[in-house]
Design a protein around this ligand. Structure first.
Ligand SMILES: C[S@@+](CC[C@H](N)C(=O)[O-])C[C@H]1O[C@@H](n2cnc3c(N)ncnc32)[C@H](O)[C@@H]1O
Length: 243
């Protein structure tokens, strides 16, 4: 069970505020290309594909065949990628040894049974195929700008899986860590735009704060946006690769 319900309201907030534009996606395009098999006909699983922005980008960037699996009907209904498949990480609706890579973006903290997920990915991936995990991991949340104003949200991140925990679950079924890099992304063109557009329900760590901490953080963020309205918002997230 995910930490938050991806119902109509959070799916709408996610669609409105969490889609990166071309500038935001650019650094990921280069980082992912270093690890992804992109030979003709290669099949990529986008696991927990949400509203399909990564699936569409990968299809366009690399020409790979993307199968996008997503459990939430509300997220699938808003997808920009056609043909999303209903399904969850613990029981993938895919044949054994049928995919060449897997992309898991900001999903790993919603998967309470990582060993079961790792075993399922071992089943559907061909031998040697990489798993690319884009996430904020416990102990590594310092690159997220929002936490400057919502420092209590870092405590929520401390309850996310750590890199070591993810690696341990995957090592059990034969994967080994291959790379860990911090990737900067432009999350918003300006702090003013980020503050005006902030939707609490689009961010798991903000949803799990208590209301007083959220209100204080919002005041801090708005004050910062008054001081430096034009500053771009640049966040760094991790890319963990296992194969
Ligand atoms: C923060 S969203 C990320 C969506 C997308 N990957 C992205 O980066 O834009 C988290 C997604 O994980 C999905 N999710 C939650 N539990 C899941 C599970 N057990 N298996 C697969 N996906 C799951 C949610 O439905 C939601 O769409």
């Amino acid at each position: 069970m995910a930490r938050i319900a991806y119902d109509d309201s959070s799916a709408a907030a996610f669609t409105a505020t969490r889609h990166l534009d071309a500038d935001g996606l650019a650094s990921w395009r280069a980082a992912v290309a270093r690890h992804l098999p992109t030979t003709a006909g290669a099949r990529l699983l986008d696991l927990g594909a949400g509203t399909g922005t990564w699936a569409a980008a990968f299809r366009d960037w690399y020409g790979v065949d993307v199968v996008a699996v997503e459990p939430s009907a509300a997220m699938r209904a808003r997808s920009v990628y056609p043909g999303m498949v209903a399904g969850a990480a613990e029981a993938l609706p895919l044949a054994a040894a049928s995919v060449d890579s897997t992309w898991i973006s900001t999903v790993i903290h919603h998967l309470p049974d990582l060993p079961a997920v790792a075993a399922e990915l071992r089943r559907v991936l061909r031998p040697g195929a990489p798993v690319l995990v884009r996430s904020v991991f416990a102990g590594r949340g310092g690159g997220i700008t929002l936490f400057r104003w919502f420092p209590e949200a870092l405590r929520v991140v401390e309850s996310y899986p750590s890199v070591a925990e993810v690696c341990a679950a995957f090592e059990e079924v034969g994967f080994a860590p291959a790379a860990l890099e911090s990737v900067p992304q432009i999350s918003a063109r300006s702090l003013r735009e980020a503050a005006d557009g902030l939707r609490r329900s689009a961010h798991t760590p903000l949803l799990l704060l208590d209301d007083a901490d959220y209100a204080r953080g919002l005041r801090r963020m708005r004050a910062a946006a008054e001081r430096t309205p034009d500053a771009p918002v640049v966040d760094s997230m991790d890319l963990l690769v296992l194969r």
